[in-house]
Design a protein around this ligand. Structure first.
Ligand code: GLA
Length: 785
């Protein structure tokens, strides 16, 4: 390379990280360093770069020398490359596979660079907004004639770098076009990935890498609940809380792959992007360049908490856009688990009236409001209201809500149809199917092929007209099945999923433009399409159809590895829970729901007076601390296992205020005195700690009550049953358990401040904490000086 050194080095830096690219002597673009921030000598010193890029061993034996005469030891298989391609000695999985008229040999080399990336708003795929710096590097492959542009966007404060690849139109065919390639040095690595299913989203798998390839892939149509593109790499032996960790994600909602290939000598190649299965693209006939989805990456020395801090800030500032970015979200009451399809206008009026009384801000009418929709067998694809159920229409309901001080929201599922619906009948040619064969159903419904402009325009028009037909301020956009029967006729089969996703994004973009004031919530049977692509349009997503607070611990904690709590909604539902039949207290349900976008989803017209009082208090508490709960830094704190509890906290940026939640997994016979773990709050301040008021159910004491009740009152009889609906055990025994204490910051941070001891069979007092299995207690901690 006869370029001066300063033209061969690209040092992308964020507040805490460095990404260093280098054009080697042959013109290949190498990533010689990605990690905590480093400073390079000025002017650049080649020796420093050589030290960083040094291969672990010199090329010998069966390695292919790229150019034996010039440097017999240089092999692409040892280089840390920005694009991995086959045919010249790199035997790791490629990130790009181009077939030219001479075959599959690719060799991309440096052509030029520019410190600017422009006009991203005009492109089909969403990108993270408001980057601080950008860079693009053009490479050319002499073998196939392919030209590619690698683009980089830098987000300084969030320590995130986004990257994609633009493949120019030309006389070749793409077989694989991943968004990024990163080769890390020799170490032992572990990958954290997620897996799940309907209702059971958000499991974390930790995979110790052995030489070979570990891939996380989905091909369900949406990004899916099976795996999330969010993946994390850590070095073995490094601690989850403090170690070196790399986080990756894609701004994409279609089938993806993330590959982690450990070489026999423990170097790691990571690449990811569009799932290459069923993918190809003829670039000769392409209308324009092919642009891959944006991939995002971060690195931190602070383990999971660092990954969370970086990705949360990044999502809140650069992914979420529009009116609800960084803004309060309304506290909603949704009727789904309260009524399912069985509601009448009268019932909805009761919901709204009660909603007003309890302090709600938004009423959401879920599935079942349109013609023929009395079950999930029919109706999808109709946009007209079912006048038998709702004689005054959606407009009438929205007005009723407004009259009672509530905003009004509605459920839709526009990408799907049931047979016999208006959309199905009028746009049958856009129902996904292989000509001549019956398409397979899922939840009795079929999918629309969103690749076509005509169906896109139809949906844009239907949805915006619906929204404007009444005072609607929220839409829950559902998507309840994966794709099948993706017949393509004569059109491009190799980019079916990509084109579907691009079509979807166009609909979303246009609908958002037409309805800028509406809050959209994504949903796909819960978390079947929870990704950064969707979040570029919908600021929040229903995380799971499982609303059980204990299951939600796992689901939300896993999501929180890469997504802030302002993106996943979480509702208080009834107990026993409909999905698990597990019983939990209202306090526990509230504690988990307030750690997401908060709402309720139960029949509020049938609450006991005690539940009503509690819900009012919960809503008031949430309103008071909404900003902290939605946008404070969420962390999970590992407690001593002896407590058998999970602990989450949100902390404000000034580190002067926090809400801490403890949830019991199983009660322990040894009565513990819980210590508040160190939260790292500002030590120069004094803090007031206030716990929630305890509401124990008198019936939970069972036959123990025999020993305290007068003889004529049965512990499991009518009187106790009735009283339990109006008073908590503490109220009946006049033992108000609500801890308040003032402590200096140093003491608080020492982790030695304790809560009341838990029930240990010694009777109840105003200092007895009663949690029981799955019980919860939460604290508000605030500096008062
Ligand atoms: C999906 C959603 C639920 C609810 C139903 C309605 O399952 O995830 O929240 O809206 O559809 O049919």
């Amino acid at each position: 390379m006869d370029l001066p050194l300063e033209k061969r080095i690209f040092h992308l830096t964020t507040d805490e990280t460095s990404y260093l690219l280098f054009v080697n002597d042959f013109g290949h673009l190498e990533n010689v360093y990605y990690g905590p921030k480093i400073t390079l000598s000025e002017p650049y010193d080649l020796k420093e770069i050589e030290d960083l890029r040094r291969a672990p061993t010199l090329s010998t034996g069966t390695n292919v020398s790229y150019d034996e005469e010039k440097d017999p030891y240089f092999t692409l298989d040892w280089a840390r490359l920005e694009v991995g391609t086959p045919g010249k000695g790199d035997f790791r999985g490629p990130s790009l596979l181009v077939e030219g008229d001479k075959g599959f040999v690719n060799d991309f080399r440096f052509v030029s660079s520019k410190n600017i990336v422009r006009n991203l708003d005009k492109e089909d795929l969403p990108y993270p907004l408001k980057f601080d710096e950008s860079l693009q590097i053009t490479l050319e492959d002499d073998m196939t004639g392919a030209i590619i542009v690698l683009r980089y966007l830098v987000y300084k404060k969030s320590n995130v770098i986004a990257r994609d690849v633009v493949i120019k139109k030309g006389n070749y065919r793409l077989h694989k076009a991943l968004s990024f390639n990163l080769d890390l040095p020799q170490k032992e690595y572990e990958v954290l990935s997620t897996y799940g299913a309907w209702g059971s989203e958000g499991h974390v798998a930790t995979h110790e890498l052995v030489p070979g390839v570990f891939s996380v892939k989905t091909q369900a149509g949406p990004s899916s609940n099976r795996h999330n593109p969010l993946t994390i790499v850590k070095t073995l032996g490094d601690n989850l809380e403090n170690g070196l960790m790399y986080g990756f994600n894609l701004v994409y909602s279609g089938p993806f792959e993330m590959n982690f290939e450990l070489t026999p000598d423990f170097r790691l190649r990571i690449n990811g992007g569009i799932n290459a299965l069923m993918f190809y693209k003829d670039m000769k006939d392409a209308e324009g360049d092919f642009v891959t989805p944006w991939a995002v990456m971060t690195v931190t020395k602070r383990g999971q908490n660092g990954i969370k801090a970086n990705f949360h800030q990044f999502v809140n500032k650069h992914i979420i856009r529009g009116r609800y970015q960084n803004k309060a979200r309304p506290i909603l009451i949704n009727n789904w688990e309260g009524t399912y399809f069985n509601f009448t206008e009268r019932k909805i009026h009761q919901f709204i009236k009660k909603g007003q009384e309890l302090g709600f801000e938004l009423f959401v009418l879920d599935d079942g409001w349109f013609v023929d929709r009395d079950s999930d067998y029919a109706g999808l694809g109709n946009f007209d209201v079912n006048k038998k159920k709702l004689p005054h229409g959606i407009d009438g309901l929205a007005k009723y809500a407004k009259k009672h001080g509530l905003k009004f929201g509605l459920w839709i599922e526009p990408e799907m149809v049931n047979e016999g619906s208006d959309t199905y009948n009028n746009y049958y040619e856009y129902v996904m199917q292989v000509e001549g064969f019956e398409p397979s159903k899922c939840r009795h419904q079929l999918c629309l092929d969103l690749r076509y402009r005509e169906i896109q325009d139809y949906l844009i028009n239907k949805i915006s007209t619906l929204v404007k037909s009444a005072n609607i301020s929220y839409i829950k956009w559902d998507y309840n099945r994966p794709l099948s029967d993706f017949g393509t006729g004569n059109s491009d089969a190799g980019t079916f999923f990509y084109d579907y996703t691009v079509g979807l994004y166009r609909i979303l973009r246009e609908v958002m433009d037409l309805c800028p004031n509406v809050l959209f919530e994504g949903c796909a049977s819960g978390g079947n399409r929870f990704d950064l692509g969707v979040l570029c349009y919908f600021p929040q997503i229903w995380a799971s159809d499982c609303s059980d607070a204990i299951e939600r611990i796992r689901i939300q904690s896993t999501l929180s590895l890469g997504y802030p709590q302002s993106t996943y909604s979480s509702h208080v539902t009834t107990s026993p829970n409909h999905q698990t039949l597990r019983r939990t207290s209202l306090t526990t349900r509230f504690a988990m729901a307030m750690l997401g976008v908060f709402g309720y989803e139960l029949d509020i017209t049938h609450l006991t007076p005690l539940e009503e009082r509690q819900i009012k208090e919960q809503i008031a508490f949430y309103k008071e601390h909404r900003h902290l709960l939605l946008y404070g830094q969420l962390q999970e704190i590992k407690l001593n296992p002896i407590y058998n509890k999970r602990c989450f906290c949100v902390i404000n940026p000034a580190k002067t205020e926090s809400i801490v939640v403890f949830i019991n997994e199983q009660v322990d016979i040894l009565p513990h005195t819980l210590l508040i773990p160190s939260l790292g709050l500002d030590e120069t301040r004094t803090y007031k700690i206030t716990s929630n008021k305890q509401y124990s159910n008198i019936k939970d004491f069972g036959s123990l009550l025999k020993f305290v009740l007068p003889k004529h009152i049965k512990y499991d009889g009518f009187i106790i049953n009735t009283l339990s609906k109006t008073h908590s055990a503490e109220e009946m025994t006049k033992n108000e358990v609500k801890l308040e204490q003032v402590v200096p910051g140093t003491l608080l941070n020492s982790g030695k401040v304790s809560l009341y001891p838990e029930w240990g069979g010694r009777g109840i007092s105003d200092e007895t904490s009663i949690l029981g299995d799955f019980g919860a207690v939460y604290l508000h901690i605030k500096a008062i000086d």
